[in-house]
Design a protein around this ligand. Structure first.
Ligand SMILES: [Zn+2]
Length: 548
């Protein structure tokens, strides 16, 4: 009886304790700053392949002191930059957030649209049209949006990347700012009227400084090239290189090559573009006072140059290796400043990628691994002939893009045809083509629930309003691309398996080989911050990552 009375008293004391002290406890457990890092085109094995060459303060610090999800994948197709960034931060897939590709055919306007394009806003910081961008095509919120809503807009959000879509989509709809880099003959960090009418002083100062110009130097390997045993020969048949230089071999004199390679845009295809991104991120932390009070701010940083380098030189190149060794140094630099400015243990970081990449198919073929290149023109001729023979016209097809066929609904109706029958007829034809491994109708995507496999991934990437009528899957490691350099977009492991590291406040130390998926990231961050999940989130918080 005494025991019961005691319990009741304790319970009363708890109930009577002021609400403010409860919320204070919650606030205290929140990080002052969350930094989301996306490394464009980073395969999981770049963590392990180059591990012995990384320093202690960059990737290794995140891997060993944080939590390493070793079996993390994209769970949809296509694996491109726009959908990748949207999925990481919204915690869902193109089915819900609507960013079905970088560019797609818009069925309503019957024109190609870009994922961050916004004709209703103006450029800020450039006379070009490169600033006419916003997240208007993304239909759901990011965890940064939810943090803004939760904190009554007191927690800031800043998005930064060389690529506009890499800055804009992560930061979300309510961001204070997103900044991206305009190369050409300007070499400036820019934004749009979606965020502001004029660049803040710290951005203007940065643009006026000599920082950008200082990177137009010679790109040589960070360490002796002979020690780069984790990648192929510097001179090989599988790399693109720069215009004006005969071989894709070190060193690269960027000042001399600048004119033939898009002016300041040349920096995008070098590790120096990543260093420039880190410089700008550090300027933002200082200029915006990020992480200086108890209300959580969010900084999203995307390192875009790893993607440009991969596209040009390929997964197995010395250039890719050098780019990661240098990025490791930039990460170390960033973390050191965060320790000092925000305080060690006061911030939370996650690092992932927007997609992986395939080894150059020509290289794989030279090793007898099944791989190859799609002959688009041959396939187009054959398909047009088929449509003309079957329907008396090839006009039924309005557009073919992103491995999807878009049909002309009006023509199909006018000819008295059944849309789902036309879709199935096209599937039956396309599946007979050499390079096509699988084909599905939109009808199947909306009427059947696929629990796993590539069908499930297509379904996660399929947006009923925006996607096409027929979806095809090419053979493994078959790409529609130049015969040099790497690309991505498929549902195969080389494109889906990417790093996922959590580090800092609220994060446990450890690792797992349990499968995690990209849409788990945003709900994990929401759970860590004790805020609402993004509006369309379909992933689950990773309980084993979060400290209770
Ligand atoms: Zn890419």
């Amino acid at each position: 009886m005494k025991k019961l009375l005691f319990s009741i008293i304790i319970l009363f004391c708890f109930l009577l304790s002021p609400i403010s002290s409860i919320s204070q406890t919650t606030d205290k457990s929140n990080p002052k700053l969350v930094i989301g890092i996306v490394v464009d085109q980073m395969r999981y094995d770049y963590l392990t392949r180059f591990y012995n060459k990384y320093g202690e303060g960059g990737f290794k610090r995140l891997m060993n002191e944080g939590f390493n999800c070793k079996n993390n994948h994209f769970n949809y197709v296509p694996t491109y930059t726009g959908p990748g960034h949207a999925s990481v931060y919204t915690g869902t897939t193109p089915k819900y957030h609507g960013i079905i590709s970088n560019n797609w055919y818009d069925k309503v306007s019957k024109a190609s649209v870009y994922c961050a394009q916004d004709d209703a806003v103006e450029s800020i910081g450039t006379t070009s049209r490169a600033g006419k961008m916003s997240p208007n095509k993304m239909q759901t919120t990011t965890f940064a949006d939810e943090n803004r809503l939760f904190t009554q807009k007191k927690g800031k959000t800043i998005g930064i990347a060389i690529k506009d879509r890499g800055a804009i989509l992560p930061a979300g709809h309510t961001a204070n700012a997103a900044y991206w880099f305009h190369g050409k003959d300007e070499g400036q960090w820019i934004t749009s009227t979606y965020y502001m009418e004029d660049l803040p002083k710290w951005v203007k100062d940065f643009n006026k400084s000599k920082t950008v110009k200082s990177y137009l130097k010679t790109w040589n390997t960070l360490y002796d090239i002979k020690t780069y045993v984790e990648s192929g020969d510097d001179l090989n048949d599988f790399e693109g290189g720069f215009k004006g230089k005969e071989t894709a071999t070190f060193p690269y004199d960027l000042k001399a090559l600048k004119e033939d390679n898009g002016g300041y845009d040349i920096l995008k295809t070098t590790p120096f573009g990543n260093s420039l991104t880190a410089d700008f991120a550090l300027a933002a932390i200082e200029g915006e006072d990020l992480g200086q009070d108890e209300i959580t701010d969010v900084l999203t940083v995307s390192f875009s140059c790893t993607d440009y380098v991969g596209h040009n030189f390929g997964v197995n190149s010395k250039e890719v290796e050098d780019t990661y060794l240098r990025l490791d140094k930039d990460l170390e630099r960033l973390l050191k400043v965060l320790d000092k400015k925000v305080g060690s243990g006061e911030y939370t970081v996650f690092l992932t990628a927007d997609h992986g990449a395939v080894d150059v198919p020509a290289y794989l073929k030279s090793l007898n691994v099944p791989a190859g290149y799609i002959d688009n023109s041959d396939m187009k001729t054959k398909f047009t002939e088929f449509m003309t023979k079957t329907y008396g016209t090839s006009d039924l097809v309005e557009n073919v893009s992103n491995n999807q066929v878009f049909l002309n609904r009006e023509k199909i109706k006018a000819l008295g045809l059944d849309l789902s029958v036309v879709q199935q007829t096209i599937v039956n034809e396309l599946i007979t083509y050499n390079d096509i491994d699988k084909a599905y109708t939109a009808q199947a995507m909306i009427s059947t629930s696929f629990p796993d496999g590539i069908e499930h991934m297509i379904q996660n990437g399929f947006n009923q309003k925006r996607s096409g009528d027929v979806i095809v899957v090419y053979n493994p490691a078959y790409i529609s691309y130049s015969h040099t350099g790497s690309t991505h977009g498929s549902g195969f492991n080389y494109d889906t398996h990417v790093p996922l590291l959590f580090y800092g406040k609220g994060v446990k130390q450890g690792s797992t080989v349990t499968r995690t998926v990209i849409p788990d990231i945003a709900p994990t961050m929401s759970a860590l911050l004790n805020i609402s999940f993004p509006s369309g989130a379909t992933g689950s918080p990773l309980e084993f990552v979060i400290k209770k």
